[in-house]
Write a protein that binds this ligand. Structure first.
Ligand SMILES: [Zn+2]
Length: 152
C-alpha cells in the first residue's frame, strides 16, 4: 500500500495479556512465516470474536484491514488466560485446557469466515514458555493432540 509501514497482508487478533506482547511478533514469524501484521488486542483474543458484546468491534477492525488489502486473518488464544479465569473457568490439565481452546478457536474461525468468506483464516494456541512463546497452529477441523516437540 505505502512505503511508510502501513503495508501488511495479515491481521492478528490476540489477547491483551502483557506476557504476549514482547514475543508475539517472533512467535508469529516462526509459526506462520509472517513478518508484519495489523494487530487487534482484545480480552481472550478468539473469545472476543465469538462473544456478542465485543464481536462487532473486532469485526469492524477486520473490515478496515480487509478493505486495506489484508487477506489473512489469524485468531489466537493462549494458555493461562485471565479472561477465562474471570468467568470461573478452570482446567485440570494442560490437555483439557488445550482441547477447550481448540474449540474456542474453531468457533472464532467460523465467525470470521462467515463475515469474510474471501480471506484465509488461520489460528493458533499460544503456549507461554519461560523465555519465549510457542504457537501451536490449529487447523479448521483439527482435534487436539499431544505435542512431542516444537513444530515449525
Ligand atoms: Zn488472555
Amino acid at each position: 500500500m505505502t512505503q511508510n509501514g502501513h503495508s501488511a497482508s495479515a491481521i492478528v487478533i490476540s489477547c491483551i495479556d502483557p506476557r504476549l506482547v514482547r514475543n508475539l511478533p517472533d512467535a508469529i514469524r516462526r509459526a506462520f512465516g509472517i513478518e508484519a501484521y495489523y494487530s487487534v488486542s482484545v480480552k481472550g483474543g478468539a473469545k472476543s470474536v465469538s462473544e456478542e458484546d465485543s464481536q462487532e468491534v473486532v469485526l469492524a477492525n477486520l473490515r478496515l484491514a480487509v478493505d486495506g488489502g489484508v487477506h489473512t486473518v489469524i485468531v489466537l488464544t493462549h494458555a493461562d488466560c485471565a479472561a477465562y479465569k474471570a468467568e470461573g473457568r478452570r482446567f485440570f490439565s494442560g490437555e483439557e485446557e488445550r482441547a477447550f481452546h481448540f474449540g474456542e478457536l474453531q468457533a472464532a474461525m467460523a465467525v470470521v469466515r462467515r463475515r469474510f468468506p474471501a480471506v484465509e483464516v488461520l489460528s493458533g494456541f499460544v503456549l507461554l514458555e519461560p523465555v519465549s512463546l510457542h504457537i501451536e497452529r490449529v487447523g479448521q477441523s483439527e482435534t487436539p493432540r499431544i505435542l512431542t516437540g516444537a513444530q515449525h
